[in-house]
Write a protein that binds this ligand. Structure first.
Ligand SMILES: [Zn+2]
Ligand SMILES: [Zn+2]
Length: 302
């Protein structure tokens, strides 16, 4: 988990839980699947040439959920667009609306075309757009999608944003789902259930504490906890933490809702899960030592 803060980043970093906008990755050998490209992708791209486990990564599939820029603003900060001839293959995948927004966002004179940045750095950059309901084969994994309930504006005056929820699965392996950004309601329950059916892990938009507070196309920890309650085999991870909530707020809500649930967790940057094929479950990954340079910098600061 690289970026689990919703909507805006905390700069300077001031949270133990999440400081950067949306980005989560799933590694399977030389393939890396990245859910959203918020500012958290800068941390991922920094670590990719530093952590031994990433040494084998060759192909990166960046799965964008929607056009809001907190879900793609980190692309320009990804080291792989700045390090010469780094050999990585990048594919940016999303709905037409999202892909067009990204291309336009980086176009001259706003910035430098990503195609131009890519020319001297990565081995390949490809944009792939799809429509709702399409199934994509990406390496050994199958990517399915559903339409989520997301909008800007107010409940009375909605500007709907085309947003896809993802289901990523591989034969004999886990099923991982990503539902962000999304405001759940009575009308969305069936679609969510269908997407996560038989799933092992789902990352859920949990912007607000309670269902009653849900608005602006965002969900709540309460809804996420309810999903966990309804499916004990599904690990539900609450992400997209609202920027108006402190660590104490997020943890207090979590403690209240997680009582009696061992398949409910909050997303925390720098933490992760590892698939355990023997038990068919995701286990909490042991904490990693920070990269020596980062450890040195924080020691000097402290
Ligand atoms: Zn968002
Ligand atoms: Zn959004």
């Amino acid at each position: 988990m690289w970026g689990c803060r919703g909507s805006k980043s905390f700069i300077p970093a001031r949270s133990r839980i999440g400081n950067y906008t949306s980005c989560y990755s799933l590694q399977d050998g030389s393939d890396l699947y990245v859910f959203d490209a918020g500012l958290g992708i800068a941390s991922l791209s920094y670590e990719i040439h530093r952590q031994r486990r990433f040494g084998v990564v060759k192909r990166i599939y960046v799965l964008i959920t929607h056009a809001h820029l907190d879900h793609w603003e980190g692309l320009k900060d990804a080291d792989w667009f700045w390090e010469r001839d780094n050999g990585l293959e990048i594919r940016i995948i999303g709905l037409d609306e999202a892909i067009n927004a990204i291309k336009r966002g980086y176009e001259h004179p706003s910035f430098v075309d990503l195609d131009l940045l890519a020319r001297f750095t990565v081995a390949r950059l490809e944009f792939i757009s799809f429509s709702f309901g399409d199934v994509l084969e990406l390496g050994n994994w199958k990517l399915e999608n559903i339409a989520l309930n997301h909008y800007s504006g107010t409940p009375e005056d909605k500007s709907v944003v085309q947003t896809s929820g993802y289901r990523l699965s591989r034969e004999g392996g886990p099923v991982v789902c990503y539902i962000s950004d999304h405001e759940p309601g009575p009308g969305t329950v069936d679609a969510e259930k269908k997407l996560t059916e038989g799933g092992n892990l789902v990352l859920y938009d949990s912007h607000f504490p309670t269902i009653a507070e849900q608005r602006f196309g965002h969900g709540s920890q309460e809804h996420s906890a309810n999903v966990a309650k309804g499916d004990p085999n599904l690990l539900v991870v609450a992400g997209h933490h609202g920027p108006m909530y402190s660590d104490v707020d997020v943890e207090k809500t979590f403690r209240r809702l997680a009582k009696g649930l061992d398949n409910f967790a909050i997303a925390v940057e720098g933490r992760g899960f590892v698939w355990d094929a023997a038990s068919s479950r995701f286990l909490v990954e042991e904490a990693r030592e920070p990269h020596p340079e980062i450890a040195k910098a924080s020691a000097a600061k402290g």
